[in-house]
Design a protein around this ligand. Structure first.
Ligand SMILES: [Zn+2]
Length: 293
């Protein structure tokens, strides 16, 4: 890596890489030995382009249609061709443990995921959200656990993790993120700054807690490019994460420039005038989260 950096090739590549490899924090993980294999879902229009980069970095890559979802193509990359083949076999066998190991997920998080995905209601993020909600009241939340951007295809380049941590105190997750950020900084310190800025933005999270068996996989939320002060957020721009259909009144959020959230209401303002008041049926349906170091 140093060698590439010194020659200035890395930065040049990075600019093009940004266009062709949406999940490139994952790719950096493989390049730096933090992940044995990277599995990226890609859009059809970039299928042929990555070959050049992988060759330059001395990595293997294989493009393969998902055996489960036909519309998804996976781009696997690794320092070892054998590991990519093992990954494809594990996906076909639905061996979640091996898939997670090959993706470099911590054992504790992986085991919890597998255990929960075998329960009747399938894996649900809801419990974790409740845990997060309770935890945030008494603790400063580490940036390591902000995985909301992973649920927006346009912006997932800002996500440092692509798995659900076993808990908001998971040290292995924290260590992984620290190492990844260290390499990203060496790779391009502007990108590191950009990621840190994005991951510290306030989030309005919509839990589907009350909808019985609904599996809350998508982490429906709005991320505000702005500043949060107690229960008020001033913002310039919004990013939608998860399923936008699960978020009420998106247009009002788009038109607004600030909002106030209390237990039962979300009030949206534009130029200090109320443009919308949304009544909550449940306090968890729209609560503010703020990640910081
Ligand atoms: Zn863990």
């Amino acid at each position: 890596m140093n060698k590439i950096n010194k020659n200035g090739v890395y930065l040049k590549l990075y600019k093009t890489l940004k266009k062709v490899l949406p999940y490139h924090t994952d790719f950096i993980g493989v390049l730096c030995g933090l992940k044995p294999v990277s599995r990226i879902e890609i859009y059809s229009d970039i299928k042929d382009k990555p070959a050049y980069f992988f060759k330059l970095f001395g990595l293997w890559h294989i493009l393969k249609k998902s055996p489960i979802q036909k519309e998804v193509t996976f781009l696997f990359s690794s320092k070892s061709k054998k590991l990519i083949i093992k990954m494809i076999e594990s996906i076909i066998k639905k061996d979640d443990y091996m898939i997670g190991k090959l993706l470099g997920f911590p054992d504790c998080c992986l085991k919890k995921f597998i255990k929960e995905s075998k329960t009747k209601n399938n894996f649900s993020f809801t419990k974790s959200h409740k845990e997060l909600y309770d935890y945030i009241k008494n603790n400063k939340i580490n940036i390591a656990y902000n995985d909301f951007f992973a649920f927006n295809k346009k912006y997932f380049k800002y996500s440092l993790i692509r798995y659900m941590p076993c808990s908001y105190k998971c040290h292995l997750t924290e260590q992984y993120v620290k190492k990844l950020l260290f390499y990203i900084k060496r790779f391009n310190n502007l990108f590191e700054k950009d990621i840190l800025h994005q991951l510290k933005l306030p989030i309005l999270y919509f839990s589907d807690e009350q909808i019985g068996n609904y599996i809350d996989r998508q982490r429906n939320a709005i991320i505000f490019d702005g500043k949060m002060n107690q229960n008020k957020v001033k913002y310039k721009k919004i990013y939608l994460c998860g399923n936008p259909n699960k978020i009420p009144e998106i247009n009002s959020f788009n038109k607004g420039d600030s909002l106030v959230v209390d237990k039962w209401n979300i009030t949206i303002y534009s130029k200090n005038k109320i443009i919308k008041n949304i009544k909550k049926d449940n306090p968890l349906q729209g609560y503010l989260l703020n990640f910081f170091n």
